[in-house]
Design a protein around this ligand. Sequence first.
Ligand SMILES: Cc1ncc(COP(=O)(O)O)c(C=O)c1O
Length: 387
Amino acid sequence: MRFYTDRFILSPGPTEIPYRVRLAMARETTNPDLDPDFLRVYEGVRGKLRRLLEAGRSDVYVMAGEAILGLEAAIANLVRPGDRVVVVANGVFGEGFADIVRMYGGEPLLVASESWRRSVSLEELDRALEKFRDASLATLVHCDTPSALLNDLMGVAKTVKSYGVPLIVDAVSSVGGVPVDFDGWGVDLLIGGSQKVLNAPTGLTIVVLRRDLWDRIERVGYRGLYLNLKLWRDMLDGKGVFPYTMADTLVYALDEALNIVFEEGLENVYRRHRLAREASWRALEALGLESYPESLEHSSPTVTAITAPRGVDEGRLREHIWLKFGVMLAGSWGRLEGKVFRVGHMGVQASRTHLIIAYTALARGLKDLGYEVSEGKAIEAVEETFK
Ligand SMILES: Cc1ncc(COP(=O)(O)O)c(C=O)c1O
């Protein structure tokens, strides 16, 4: 029998929202356009994000709208018709950047589109940048969530910088779980989301940008309203007002989510995510399952992608696990749909208990479908890692 309490959200975003974050949303609201206290909280959130992402010399905006809004805002403000853009396309979202570039009249130049199981090779990227000397922008996804692939952001940023080309990074599913040194690594624009590792609700996007990018933004001259970064700079930084009414309850939630991260301490948070990745890999080995990324270093500390075993209908398996045990795992998208399924270990989900629940339910689900596996070994693997 499954009861109401059997609800374990182990998907890679939206994620489980801790009680403290939910409680923050119950705070009295006023009119965020008029309330100086709200502006203070918002400015505090910007400061905390600067600290989290080591972006003290850069501009940070938190916009109402989920992460896709941030991705589109980046391209809308930086790409003019005819611009050639190097797109690292080794995953669903990596490839997805190419579509947005096309929508704004740019020409995407795909790199690494065949190797979705490993971080882009810096030599291959270097060759592409050499070949496409007229490219004026590059894009990268730090953690490509549908395949759990982790790209080497520091290495990519260094390589791209040596060609003097600005780099846009989708870090939606790594922010808060994997270190990012925005200023130090020379990233030019980075997009984060609220509903993944930070364990806040869906509905906010984080945009961080290097100040010298404003010249290009002026030259591109994007004329739209909702995605217009210049409006944020001119109104918020210039006059202390928002371009449109902010979703104050979501900002309170994000503020509390960031407090939780800093209370635990960044080093501890990152270590816990690395342990969650290792525990997952060891549990998969104990269950005779295969990770989709080729090796541990190419796999994100925030999510594990599992190749569906031959003959297993992964959709049926996940449905069974949800209905019987109340454990929510995720499938994948695009060319990986039906072939890969995932366990999210983002924020509070990156814990010994969550992973024991995840891999026990997975083992029991496989058993129910007729596969011989031992959940005991998977539990031991998780426990050993977190010892
Ligand atoms: C890497 C990456 N970028 C962007 C997004 C888009 O985020 P949203 O959930 O806001 O649509 C996702 C969501 O899965 C993601 O994983």
